[in-house]
Design a protein around this ligand. Structure first.
Ligand SMILES: Nc1ncnc2c1ncn2[C@@H]1O[C@H](COP(=O)(O)OP(=O)(O)OP(=O)(O)O)[C@@H](O)[C@H]1O
Ligand SMILES: [Mg+2]
Length: 377
């Protein structure tokens, strides 16, 4: 059997591309077709890494060739991703050099703030944004472990004659954490003002360079510490993580109320539902709604905040946190896709926020006889 290249191209013209009004060949997705006896190799270039789109393109090509050219042809489809969609321009001026500061909060503890922060950060970095994480969890900083940099310490660098902390960097993400300055196993009992002073230093006395996003991983709860952090940092917006059960939702609501209270006034960019359902890795189609269904989605509707998406409860997500390599870095997985969708939503909400609201309030720092006070103007 010998397959004809032209006939194969013709068969691929029967595949229409969603939303473009063009067929697969016209759209430029078909880069190359090679035939070797009864074998065909089709090279495709797609603009989105979404797994279901890749799968569908592959199935469409196979079907078209089998139906229109030769039922027994052995078809191999190679897919290359070439994103032509430019990342949105992300304006904003939280502080000089840092465009947007996003707080990741939850209310309830252990719902996955740090996991979400770590995965949002690597996804933003993959999208081409410059990103940093400020781990503000003074009770249990977990970002160093999630990025496998527990043994690292920030170096001191000289910037314009001043000594500054250089964030530790891994996987394209710059990191500063309270954990770098305390001994592991050492309980940190800090009062709000002390903690916010330390956090201020990690923002203002650090050599972050230019950042599009600085994500702040907050401790659980809605106590004094949060108030003082939020009042002293020019936070662009917040992202609330919740699991779907009522006890978590009630705390998430308190978190939202905290951000929206007058003295804080930080817009809620969106809600993320974590542990939305359990999926065994070997049966990815099976979904078990262990903590209830769509709780965080409904909360988002209730409080009129955007719903950014859901993340399933999967063992590999916990494992990747423990070994220090965020799961979203692994390509072509459902988790990568979920985090991409959520991150895109967060970026879009940040763009909307910066268009519709005034720039983040400036911060005035006054230093008096060795003690520094931070005031919102
Ligand atoms: N979707 C998920 N699937 C599986 N494990 C998860 C998921 N989300 C989080 N985990 C795991 O649950 C644990 C708690 O998550 P994480 O530390 O991110 O929560 P947190 O809200 O930051 O907690 P804390 O309030 O203590 O700061 C971690 O071991 C993490 O790996
Ligand atoms: Mg945490």
């Amino acid at each position: 059997m010998k397959l004809d290249r032209k006939e194969i191209l013709k068969s691929l013209e029967t595949i229409s591309v969603a939303g473009e009004g063009k067929n697969m060949v016209e759209s430029g997705a078909v880069q190359n077709v090679m035939t070797f006896g009864d074998e065909v190799v089709v090279d495709l270039v797609l603009q989105t890494p979404a797994l279901h789109i890749k799968k569908r393109a592959e199935v469409d090509v196979m079907k078209a060739i089998h139906e229109h050219v030769e039922q027994k042809a052995k078809v191999k489809v190679n897919i290359k991703i070439e994103s032509t969609s430019k990342k949105p321009e992300i304006k904003g001026k939280a502080i000089p050099g840092i465009s947007n500061i996003i707080a990741v909060a939850s209310g309830k503890g252990g719902v996955g703030k740090s996991t979400v922060t770590a995965n949002l950060a690597v996804t933003l970095s993959k999208m081409g944004f410059k990103v940093g994480i400020l781990d503000a969890d003074i009770y249990g900083p977990s970002i160093p472990m999630m990025f496998d940099v527990e043994a690292s310490r920030p170096l001191s660098v000289n910037v314009d004659g001043k000594s500054k902390m250089k964030p530790v960097e891994n996987y394209g993400v710059k990191i500063l954490s309270i954990g770098f300055f305390t001994q592991p196993n050492q309980a940190v009992i800090w009062r709000g003002p002390m903690a916010s002073k330390a956090l201020n230093q990690m923002i203002f006395d650090a050599a972050w360079g230019e950042l599009d996003f600085l994500l702040v991983d907050l401790p659980p709860g809605t106590g004094d510490i949060h108030l003082s952090i939020m009042q002293s940092l020019p936070v662009t917006g917040s992202v609330i993580v919740s699991t779907p059960q009522n006890v978590a939702l009630a705390d998430a609501k308190k978190g939202v109320a905290m951000f929206r209270q007058e003295s804080i006034n930080v817009p809620v960019l969106g809600i993320i539902e974590n542990m939305a359902y359990f999926t065994p890795e070997e049966l990815p189609e099976n979904k078990y709604y262990i903590f209830g269904r769509e709780g965080a989605k409904n909360l988002a509707k209730d409080i009129e905040a955007p719903f950014l998406g859901e993340i399933p409860l999967v063992q590999s997500l916990r494992e990747s946190g423990d070994i220090g390599r965020p799961a979203a870095m692994q390509e072509s997985t459902p988790l990568e896709e979920a985090f991409e969708e959520i991150t895109r939503g967060m970026v879009q909400e940040t763009v909307n926020r910066n268009q519709s609201l005034p720039p983040t309030e400036a911060i005035k720092i006054t230093t008096m006889a060795g003690c520094s006070a931070v005031n919102k103007k």
